[in-house]
Design a protein around this ligand. Structure first.
Ligand code: UGA
Length: 464
């Protein structure tokens, strides 16, 4: 099938590459020239494990091309994915400027029946709004002269397109496996024709009957992937509800962790103990410094704003957000408890990204904690395996070290902020000798408490 993906961020790029991998003819477009130029040189503008290999394979297989010419891509392809960003506005609601721009462009270039697929996370009801903008911008409807000649009772030609909401559930760092073996595929539309075509598009994934590439995505499920077909609004709500529920699970276990800490229980044992109950489930019960990234913070807040439009106060979601804000600040309090005076102390951070296996630092808990400690007068150093350039959100006083030794050298405290696998393998015995004081706060409960204590560290976890 002929697919156009507009927007080459995490979601757009992974979607485009994976659809080409299952045999579709994909054109990925973006108005950001820099990104397209990189992709035209076979370079990725983001870090996502194994995406580079699939990108090259499909460029060479001539199923995947990149272009700056959005109009031509819309005209030549039949299924148009909108995968542009919906960043938060100052009040927390979603900024739909880019979606609107793309919808107008689609309207201007509509030639024959097309399916418009909304992959961007958009507020409830945006599918109909996108439909309206496309409709208003089709050549027929923007032709004033033609419009003025319309007689009463006559209508314009109804433009030939259907809008489908197809929310994305990819996680950064495991996006390829998530794309090929999703827990479910959600398709929301009022058009049966469009839904049937979308099911055809995803058929190899739904049936799990394509050849997996070893070591790249070998976790294919044996059973067919469930497809949820629904109306547009419900599909849009599924996306917000899923991310909000996962964030709620994390804030819940973090609140339990805080009680465990005071009462002398170990939240890791508690999470395991409740998680084995199938009604609860073990995943997303890792207590720590809380959730961040480009999705949970944006989506949970946006849902509270959507609710407010209907006069609903989201008491639970507000608490979920507050617990998460406090969880970051609690680390600063832990630092004060250990070091007493923070001013003039040297603190090394392991990890900057909001989670392992990604270079994404958007709303990373590590950054909030670093900025707070730098403001309190600490000398803050950070090392991340992938993030090598300081993000704008990071206090300019924070020093980015190019190797792990620099984090331990003359430090009074280490904070593990991101659970990168290589941080598990660090020679803590050797590097501990470089420290002034052997204190470690394990913000992800990632290391073995007893082992660290045996190595002479004062080990402080979260809720243990
Ligand atoms: C999230 C969802 O998991 C995806 O299903 C969704 O498609 C995506 O948002 C999106 O909306 O695009 P992602 O933001 O990549 O994916 O990362 P997650 O793995 O969900 O982690 C989010 C945050 O929660 C991270 O900061 C992580 O460290 C934290 N987390 C996660 C915990 O603190 N504890 C846990 O048990 C799990």
């Amino acid at each position: 099938m002929k697919v156009c993906v507009i927007g080459t961020g995490y979601v757009g790029l992974v979607t485009g590459v994976c659809l080409s991998e299952i045999g579709h003819d994909v054109v990925c477009v973006d108005k950001e020239e820099l990104k397209i130029n990189m992709l035209l040189e076979n370079k990725l503008p983001i870090y996502e494990p194994n995406l580079d290999k699939l990108l090259l394979k499909n460029i060479e297989g001539k199923r995947l091309v990149f272009s700056k010419d959005i109009a031509s891509a819309i005209r030549s392809q039949d299924i148009i994915f909108i995968s542009v960003g919906t960043p938060p506005l100052a009040d927390g609601s979603a900024d739909l400027r880019f979606v609107e721009e793309v919808a107008r462009e689609i309207g201007n270039n509509l030639n024959g029946y097309k399916i418009i697929v909304n992959k961007s996370t958009v507020p409830i009801g945006s599918g109909d709004w996108v439909s309206m903008i496309i409709n208003d911008n089709t050549p027929d409807n923007t032709d004033i002269e033609k419009k003025s000649k319309i007689k009463i009772g006559e209508s314009y030609n109804k433009p030939h397109f259907d809008v489908v909401s197809n929310p994305e559930f990819l996680r950064e760092g495991t996006a390829i496996s998530d794309a090929f073996s999703p827990d479910r595929i959600v398709l929301g539309s009022s058009s049966k024709r469009a839904i049937d075509i979308m099911i055809e598009l995803y058929k190899p994934i739904i049936n799990q009957d394509f050849e997996p590439l070893d070591n790249i995505y070998n976790q294919m499920g044996k059973k067919p992937v469930p497809v949820i077909t629904t109306d547009l609004v419900s599909a849009e709500m599924i996306k917000y509800a899923a991310n909000s529920f996962l964030a709620t699970k994390i804030s819940f276990i973090n609140e339990i962790a805080n009680i465990c800490e005071k009462a002398g229980a170990d939240v890791k044992r508690v999470a395991h103990g409740i998680g084995l109950d199938k009604r609860i489930g073990e995943r997303f019960l890792n207590a720590g410094i809380g959730w961040g990234g480009s999705c949970f913070p944006k989506d949970v807040t946006a849902l509270t704003k959507i609710a407010a439009e209907y006069g609903i106060t989201t008491q639970l979601l507000n608490a979920v957000i507050n617990v998460n804000i406090q969880q970051r600040l609690k680390v600063v309090q832990k630092v004060q408890e250990v070091l007493k005076i923070v001013k003039g102390k040297s603190i090394g951070f392991l990890g900057l990204s909001f989670k392992p296996d990604t270079d994404d630092t958007r709303d990373a808990p590590a950054i909030t904690i670093m900025n707070n400690l730098a403001n309190l007068g600490a000398k803050v150093k950070a090392f991340d395996p992938i993030v090598k350039v300081a993000p704008d959100s990071l206090n300019a006083k924070v020093i980015l070290c190019q190797n792990i030794d620099g984090i331990f050298m003359d430090s009074d405290l280490i904070i593990l902020a991101t659970e990168w696998e290589e941080f598990y393998k660090i020679d803590y015995k050797k590097l501990g000798n470089l420290m002034r004081e052997k204190n470690i706060i394990d913000g992800r409960n990632f290391l073995e408490k007893v082992k660290m204590q045996e190595l002479g560290y004062k080990y402080i976890g979260i809720g243990r």
